[in-house]
Ligand binder design. Structure first.
Ligand code: PLP
Length: 393
């Protein structure tokens, strides 16, 4: 069976050995130096000023929405656009925190929201923030989306949990908006087992994210920032300062174990991205060539394509169902991400009035006729051959 996920980390044996050694010697395993080091290194690699590490991509999504609310950049009841094909915990924080999630359909040939789809929605709704998902390493014309957002005062946040490393028009995905979120879950590009992060160039947002991540207190801030917030709130006793809660937060902290693994895996990040890119081309070229069976997913506009799965959208449900049968016990497959979010039970339960207002026909098609299999750096030539055979026969 060719599994979606092959190993917990890249170079698993080596990484585990080093991890055991680290744990044996470590004086502290709760969030500390390793996490800080990871934040600095990851921000540098991503070409962003700041990175706040949390315990999952879902937590990163929750943290960014809460931080924007705390800062008053969005308010309860605001309309927030989101890519309708995404992951549940991209939309859920919007509902949980009292915002109005406005679905935006994707393009069939890029699997992503385009400026055109955004403009269609903007004809009917004004939105305060766009939570754009860069789906499966691909993107549409995100620089145009960013331009529209700028002109219309829409805060652009990228959910980049699936597209770490992709470069479009010379810029890494995750660097087009005000902030971006990342997942370091096993099976994503860079694994810390569980983990996530928010990246931004905005210092005020970084500070708020650090408080949202840990109870709403100021303990993880720099001394200068602590002093500033304590003066603002008249907190002048060290007895109370450690237990003063300034804004709404959670406990989304990660651990030194995840920080250490992140630092180890970051050594290989470019190697990981390049291997995934090479595998994608080996797999996608012969498979997408079957134009009578599959829709073509466009990627020529992307400078460097980095994904962890190869999506296949079939021309009919029958073709998809046949593939599901053919892959049984051979290749592990699954629906494309979370499919059409509007069709998910949670969305119908909490947003019943929205269901009939949006015609997300491409998302529906992807939901009903799509699937994906894994693309990891350790795929062998034999496995690649086997996958191509099943999908092209
Ligand atoms: C687009 C997207 N956002 C967020 C997440 C959540 O990440 P995590 O599994 O680390 O919570 C995922 C997970 O696969 C995802 O695909």
């Amino acid at each position: 069976m060719i599994k979606l996920i092959k190993s917990t980390f890249y170079k698993e044996k080596q990484t585990k050995k080093r991890l055991i050694n680290f744990i044996n010697k470590a004086e502290q395993l709760s969030i500390g130096r390793e996490c800080k080091k990871f934040e600095e290194s990851f921000a540098k690699w991503q070409e962003r000023k700041y990175c706040v590490m949390v315990n999952s991509g879902s937590s990163a999504n929750l943290a960014i929405v809460q931080a924007l609310l705390n800062l008053g950049k969005i308010k309860k009841g605001d309309n927030i656009g989101f890519s309708v094909v995404t992951w549940s915990t991209n939309v859920m924080p919007l509902i949980q925190l009292g915002l109005n999630p406005i679905p935006i359909d994707i393009e069939l040939d890029t699997l992503n929201v385009s400026s055109e789809k955004l403009l269609e929605v903007l004809k009917k709704y004004s939105i305060k923030m766009l939570f754009l998902t860069n789906l499966l390493g691909f993107c549409d014309d995100i620089e145009k989306i960013a331009k529209i957002c700028k002109e219309k005062n829409i805060i652009l946040i990228e959910d980049n949990c699936e597209s770490l490393g992709t470069v479009y028009k010379g810029k890494k995905l995750g660097n087009f908006g005000f902030a971006s979120t990342f997942s370091f879950y096993v099976g994503h590009h860079l694994s810390t087992i569980e983990g996530g992060a928010v990246c931004t160039n905005n210092s005020e947002l970084e500070t708020m994210l650090q408080m949202v991540r840990a109870h709403g207190w100021d303990r993880n801030l720099t001394e200068k920032k602590q002093l500033k917030i304590r003066i603002k709130h008249n907190v002048n006793s060290t007895f109370y300062s450690r237990y003063t809660f300034y804004d709404l937060g959670y406990n989304l902290r990660t651990t030194e174990i995840n920080g250490f693994i992140g630092n180890e895996q970051l050594k290989y990040i470019n190697e990981i991205v390049n291997k995934r890119k090479d595998n994608f081309f080996k797999l996608a070229t012969p498979i997408y060539n079957n134009k009578d069976k599959y829709y073509l997913v466009k990627y020529e506009h992307i400078d460097l394509l980095s994904n962890f799965a190869v999506p296949v959208v079939c021309k009919s449900k029958e073709i998809r169902d046949q593939l599901v049968e053919k892959c049984k016990d051979k290749i592990e497959i699954r629906p494309i991400v979370g499919g059409d979010m509007v069709a998910q039970p949670f969305f119908k339960k909490y947003m019943p009035d929205f269901i009939n207002n949006f015609n997300n026909s491409n998302a529906r098609l992807v939901h009903e006729q799509g699937l994906y299999f894994g693309n990891h750096p350790e795929l062998t030539a034999k496995e690649i051959k086997e996958i191509i055979k099943v999908f092209t026969e």
